[in-house]
Design a protein around this ligand. Structure first.
Ligand code: PBG
Length: 326
């Protein structure tokens, strides 16, 4: 048969296929989430996230060493404090759990890049992401608290701060607070399009951060919306975000693609706890090949336009990348 185009020609063997790969990935794109628990000595497995741990302050550097050994040089820190109150005041305590963890990591691994999640929900006794006023989160009052948190992280030595609260105006407020204190070189990675998602379930049981009443729909985005994500990203970029993020990843690949095309800042995606837990559960049930699903899922996020991926599989992915498996 006479055929001008035979796309299969470029698929005829491993060598030619690899030459034609359109998406090329690197372990430099990966960020590993680390949970530090102030109440813990040693490390404790997280039931909702098989293979993941909460680390005590005594062994958070061991978590970093494991990253380094796997070829991952960046982490996102989440804190689980000993004390919670209505305002979440231990979030900006200079001896708080995240602040101590940053110092411990930086003392031992100064070149390891430490990004901190800036939010209140792990620190408030009601589990919402800010200060309450009549059972709703008060946007403007929360901005002041977030600035204190971000600043305390920068003062402890964080390389980058990542606000995940979804308050309006937080990037501008945090940028101003950092600049005023002399942290003009500390970048902000904004959780710009963060959806009110059921995929955060396993994280909330891991971090003890589920809201005690209601939900987060008053501040996180509605999954029906796409243009609103462009708006949120545009606002964050205008306010000075250095990197924008879409979260979750797999159910929002369309949003990643649109935002990556629309803005000229690096694009991050967070492959969240529920995405990880679903793959683990399906693999444990013998339904899918975990390793291949992990690689294919990560690849889809990069193909959609993300340059940076935050994932609980960071270490396994880095090893797979080094072997040239994706
Ligand atoms: C804090 C925060 C959450 C996640 C990241 N930062 C939880 C939430 O918004 O409820 C979720 C991460 C994950 O599910 O892996 N606000």
């Amino acid at each position: 048969m006479e055929l001008t185009y035979r796309p299969r020609r470029l698929r005829s063997g491993e060598n030619i296929r690899r030459m034609c790969w359109e998406t090329r990935v690197s372990a430099d794109s990966l960020i590993y989430p680390i949970f530090v628990d102030e109440t813990l000595t040693g490390r404790c497995p997280i039931d909702s996230l098989p293979g993941q741990y909460r680390y005590g302050l005594d062994c958070v550097t061991a978590a970093v060493r494991e990253c380094q050994e796997a070829g991952v040089s960046r982490c996102m820190l989440f804190g689980i404090p000993a004390h919670k109150d209505a305002l979440g005041s231990s979030a900006w305590d200079k001896n708080g759990v995240v602040q101590q963890a940053i110092k411990a990591i930086k003392a031992m691994y100064p070149a390891f890049y430490v990004i901190t999640d800036v939010c209140m929900c792990e620190y408030t006794d009601h589990g919402h992401c800010g200060a309450l006023c009549d059972h709703a989160v008060d946007n403007d009052a929360t901005l002041e608290l977030l600035c204190k948190v971000a600043l305390s992280h920068a003062e402890a030595g964080a390389d980058m701060v990542a606000p995940s609260d979804m308050m309006d105006g937080r990037v501008a407020a945090i940028r101003k607070a950092l600049d005023t204190a002399g942290f003009t070189n500390t970048p902000i990675m904004a959780y710009s399009a963060k959806y009110a998602s059921a995929f955060y379930g396993p994280f909330r049981s891991a971090a003890g951060s589920a809201p005690s009443f209601g939900d987060r729909k008053g501040y996180q985005m509605d999954p029906h919306n796409r243009k609103e994500a462009l708006k949120e990203c545009a606002l964050d970029v205008q306010e000075g975000a250095d990197i924008i993020m879409v979260k979750p990843a797999l159910s929002y690949l369309d949003v990643i693609r649109e935002c990556a095309d629309a803005f000229d800042v690096p694009m991050a995606a967070y492959s969240v706890s529920g995405e990880y837990a679903m793959i683990k559960a399906a693999a444990q049930a013998g339904l899918v090949d975990e390793h291949r699903i992990m690689c294919e899922s990560a690849l889809s996020v990069f193909r959609a336009g993300a340059n940076i991926l935050i994932t609980y599989y960071a270490k396994e992915l880095a090893k797979a990348m080094q072997k040239g498996e994706l």
